[in-house]
Design a protein around this ligand. Structure first.
Ligand code: NAP
Length: 246
């Protein structure tokens, strides 16, 4: 009988991984992709999709038992730290094996003009001294931290229009990945002097390369540490880890 694998998603990689597990482990594995439910038009996948929060670690634990889940793969975004912590707690309590998908970190070019921040709030506090026109690549929900900054023009990008957009923030709609040429053109078109980004890893590196090439300041928010436990950074490693447990 097929074992049920819950993939906690919300990223392109999670959807890709769900597809690969389904294709590769076929009849042995029944994949369920879980989304937080914030994106109105998520990418389509050939597996079952559930949507919406579980109700904390306790709610997730109840769901895992009720749905007879055998394996959890936490492939949430590197900055979705709450969901990852809940996954660790719920899997520890239920004894269900958990793999965390960890995006490889970027190798920052030596020429990049990086200023580090630990949090969105710290980045917002540092921005007025650095920028006259900043591009905010901090996700729709990260924008609020940059409301009402003095003397900084703000341009932001999101997959879709966020429910609340801080006053004065100009919005560009776009779904990643973007090429270096696209990012360069965007920064030039908007006269950007500073990029604000999270150290997310993955395909978002094009904006770091483009900003480095243009000599922009890059205000980079450090990624939260991953949860302890088994990790994979490639699809092949994740597939092997899962196959070993089927
Ligand atoms: P978060 O702060 O870690 O999670 C907040 C709450 O959202 C969780 O406690 C959980 O609610 C629910 N949730 C999050 N991911 C879920 C999932 N895959 N399935 C079901 N419920 C989920 O996460 P976030 O930063 O708000 O991100 C929300 C989702 O967007 C995640 O799936 C993440 O992968 C994706 N995403 C986030 C970012 C980002 O910048 N943070 C960027 C791209 C995509 P309950 O406590 O009720 O279970």
């Amino acid at each position: 009988m097929a074992k049920r694998i819950l993939i906690l998603g919300g990223t392109g990689e999670a959807a890709g991984l769900a597809r690969r597990v389904h294709e590769t482990l076929g009849p042995q594995a029944e994949v369920i992709l879980s989304l937080a439910g914030r994106t109105r038009a998520p990418a389509s996948v050939p597996v079952a999709v559930r949507s919406g929060g579980f109700g904390g670690a306790k709610g997730l634990g109840d769901y895992l038992r009720r749905e007879n889940i055998a394996i959890v793969v936490d492939a949430t975004h590197p900055f979705a730290a709450t969901m990852s912590a809940h996954a660790r707690t719920a899997c520890a309590e239920t004894g269900i094996p958990r793999l965390q998908w960890v995006r490889p970190a970027w190798t920052i070019p030596a020429r990049a003009r990086i200023v580090w921040a630990e949090t969105l709030a710290e980045a917002a506090a540092k921005l007025p001294a650095l920028a006259r026109a900043a591009f905010l690549a901090v996700g729709g929900r990260g924008l609020a931290a940059f409301a009402s900054l003095p003397n900084v023009r703000l341009v932001a990008r999101a997959v879709e229009r966020p429910e609340t957009l801080p006053r004065g923030v100009e919005l560009v709609i776009g779904r990643p990945p973007f090429t270096v040429a696209e990012e360069t053109a965007l920064f030039r078109a908007h006269g950007i002097d500073t990029l604000v980004a999270r150290e997310s890893g993955g395909t978002g590196f094009a904006k770091i390369e483009a900003a480095s090439d243009l000599g922009l300041n890059i205000l980079l928010i450090r990624r939260p540490p991953p949860e302890p436990g088994d990790r994979a950074a490639t699809t092949a490693a994740a597939l092997k880890w899962i196959a070993d447990r089927l």
